[in-house]
Ligand binder design. Structure first.
Ligand SMILES: Cc1ncc(COP(=O)(O)O)c(C=O)c1O
Length: 414
């Protein structure tokens, strides 16, 4: 059962009435369900081979409370910045369950990973490999490395979240992999025992995974024959969420066969599939406005709170918290207050809306708050975590005076 459901005419997250919660915390706010996060993590972890490191992709939702919830279930973390690394550690995820991905890790970030003795650096270029080797040797440490190989496989997802084709910036081209492994083997301070691949996000079919895993699988014996130790495969994340998502058990079978056939242990980096359906964004209708040909519902959450529709054309279902019997549904363009035409969530059939009504934008637990900004000098939405009938404000919304204090006037302008 999905714990974010209507009970009669009221929308609940677990045992918390979201309309009442809105009175306490103000709108807009994200609300996450502990039960959904835990359920998703357990479902994923039990579908993949025992012993797999499930390194939750912090970028999907890096709220400390979300990370702590997952850490308590034994989750590791896939981080892509020093900030995410520090957050994962602060949430209680041990360094030996942390992998560090990303195409542009700075020297300071690599050094932080070395100092914390993380489990694995997913290195994306020969240049990064050389810098890591230099930093590791000068710190008298050894960096455990997986080379991220770009398999040139189309993830058949949105172009802006596809990472595994030849023209993207991600990973080392498959053809250059033997050379890159040979270069790594010559470097002091580097210990390569793994291979990494990540195709992109929101994959709705297993077919691109199969193709990519076949290419990576064909490379493993070549690398071994050249004398490289490949004990581990980090197969990335990317499993879609929502109704078109691939079956988790089938995905588990696929990675299990890969592990068996190639005699490797696994690291996996799921993000969206753990967090997406755990979150809703609650917003209030500010105005209902008649345009030339359209009726707009202007709500108090905008693209600065939830960027995905503007950035990727992502569609999120929206429901009204007023389940009215005021006759038939009406058509609205639901838009935010930000001064951009792209600040629109789409066209929806909803019960008649009035200023002051609450709406919920669904499936926003991943890449929602994590991508929020303060564009138009609007503080991003607050974040709340619920557990049964308890709720906690896990990130308050900054007020305007707090925001104002972030800027400084230089002395010559005083
Ligand atoms: C390297 C890496 N691992 C894991 C993920 C998580 O992907 P998803 O949230 O689609 O599972 C991403 C996101 O694109 C990524 O870049």
């Amino acid at each position: 059962m999905n714990p974010i459901v209507f009970r009669g005419s009221r929308l609940f997250a677990e045992d918390v009435d979201l309309a009442s919660l809105a009175e306490h915390v103000g709108t807009p706010f994200y609300c996450y369900s502990t039960a959904v996060l835990e359920g998703n993590f357990r479902t994923f972890a039990s579908a993949v081979p025992t012993g797999t490191l499930v390194a939750y992709a912090v970028k999907a939702n890096g709220n400390l409370a979300v990370l702590r919830t997952l850490a308590k279930l034994g989750a590791g973390a896939d981080v892509v910045s020093g900030g995410e690394l520090k957050k994962a550690l602060a949430a209680g995820i041990p360094p030996n369950k942390i992998v560090f991905s990303g195409v542009g890790k700075s020297a300071a970030e690599l050094s932080l990973g070395l100092r914390e003795q993380i489990f694995q650096f997913n290195v994306e270029s020969e240049a990064e490999l050389e810098l890591l080797a230099k930093l590791a040797t000068s710190a008298r440490l050894t960096a455990p490395v997986a080379l991220r190989i770009n398999p040139d496989v189309d993830a058949q997802t949105h172009a802006k979240i596809s990472t595994g084709t030849a023209e993207t910036k991600f990973g080392i081209p498959l053809e250059r992999a033997p050379e890159a492994y040979a270069a790594a083997a010559r470097l002091a301070g580097i210990e390569v025992a793994a291979i990494h691949v990540h195709l992109g996000s929101q994959l709705t079919s297993l077919e691109p995974f199969e193709r990519a895993f076949r290419r990576i699988g064909d490379l493993i014996p070549v690398l071994r024959k050249a004398g490289h130790r490949i004990e581990r495969a980090d197969l990335g994340g990317g499993i879609g969420a929502g109704t078109a998502a691939p079956d988790i058990v089938a995905y588990g079978g696929l990675v299990e066969r890969f592990a068996r056939e190639h005699r490797v242990s696994l690291v996996l980096e799921p993000g969206r599939v753990i967090a997406a359906n755990a979150g809703v964004l609650i917003a209030r209708v500010l105005y209902v406005k008649e345009g030339w040909r359209k009726r707009f519902a202007v709500i108090d959450a905008g693209m600065n709170d939830l960027l995905r529709p503007a950035l990727y054309g992502a569609h999120h279902e929206i429901v009204s918290l007023r389940q009215s019997d005021e006759g038939s549904m009406e058509t609205y363009d639901v838009v935010g207050p930000v001064c951009e035409t792209s600040d629109t969530f789409g066209t929806y059939r909803l019960p008649p809306l009035h200023a002051g009504d609450l709406v919920a934008i669904l499936m926003v637990g991943a890449y929602g708050a994590a991508m929020a900004s303060a564009y138009n000098e609007r503080s991003p939405a607050a974040e709340v975590l619920v557990r049964d009938s308890q709720w906690s404000l896990v990130r308050p919304r900054m007020n305007d005076d707090e925001r104002l204090r972030l800027d400084r006037i230089p002395t010559w302008l005083e």
